[in-house]
Ligand binder design. Structure first.
Ligand SMILES: Nc1ncnc2c1ncn2[C@@H]1O[C@H](COP(=O)(O)OP(=O)(O)OP(=O)(O)O)[C@@H](O)[C@H]1O
Length: 213
């Protein structure tokens, strides 16, 4: 799968939030968006999910031109900003609730994805008692459990300790091997650079490929 953005822009009222975004993103790669607070990383990710409209430019999935509102662009697993859960339920119960929307995976697959992110599937704790890092792990379990083609993970290392960051690296490397298209963001280039095939710096409302030299 290939996503191509051509001069994509986003205006809200008269404010230019993003402009002239040009990029090509392909399966089997990990792409990183890096930028300071308010630079537009999350907005660009929302546009890529198809959950908000773009106001300028062209958006292609493979060679198909897509228009906001007409269709779901692709099969995806998403964390935008911080993952939201049902606080009164356990981790596994949360996954069971979310899985009901599509009803395409078994309880065993949910248990597998919790094990993958290092959470005990049978932990009786409710999510309201989870640490930030545990919630982030549960968010990743939710994003990967249905084996989507694309992962869009905003600030994926946020709240994770060293072990947690190593877990993210390992899981995303495995997903990349499975030919997934993966997009992650971070405030800090150093948090994600060794994981990413390409990094875009989001600055001055636009995206520039980060030059290694
Ligand atoms: N609904 C909205 N109306 C107007 N402006 C908005 C709206 N949502 C976001 N913005 C603006 O768009 C810009 C980009 O926001 P965005 O959340 O994408 O930044 P970010 O790079 O993800 O930042 P952070 O790292 O702080 O999460 C900001 O200047 C923000 O103020």
């Amino acid at each position: 799968m290939k996503i191509r953005l051509k001069n994509i822009g986003k205006k809200i009222k008269h404010n230019i939030i993003l402009k002239d975004i040009n990029m090509e993103l392909e399966s089997g790669h990990i792409y990183g968006f890096v930028g300071t607070n308010g630079s537009g990383k999350t907005m660009l990710m929302r546009i890529l999910t198809g959950l908000i409209s773009f106001t300028e430019g062209e958006f292609y999935v493979d060679e198909r031109s897509v228009q906001f509102g007409n269709e779901i662009y692709y099969d995806m697993g998403v964390i935008i900003e911080k993952p939201e859960f049902f606080n009164e339920l356990t981790g596994l119960e949360n996954l069971e609730m979310l899985a009901k929307l599509k009803n395409i995976i078994s309880r065993e697959e949910m248990i597998d994805s919790l094990n993958k992110v290092g959470l005990d599937p049978y932990n009786p704790k409710k999510v309201k008692e989870y640490s930030l890092g545990m919630k982030q792990r549960l968010g990743i379990a939710q994003a990967i459990m249905e084996n989507p083609d694309i992962l869009i993970l905003d600030e994926v290392t946020n709240g994770l300790d060293e072990e947690g960051i190593a877990m993210v690296y390992e899981i995303l490397s495995q997903e990349k091997e499975k030919e997934k298209l993966i997009i992650i963001s971070s405030h800090y280039k150093q948090d994600i650079e060794s994981l990413c095939d390409r990094i875009f710096l989001i600055k001055n409302q636009t995206a520039q490929e980060y030059n290694q030299s």
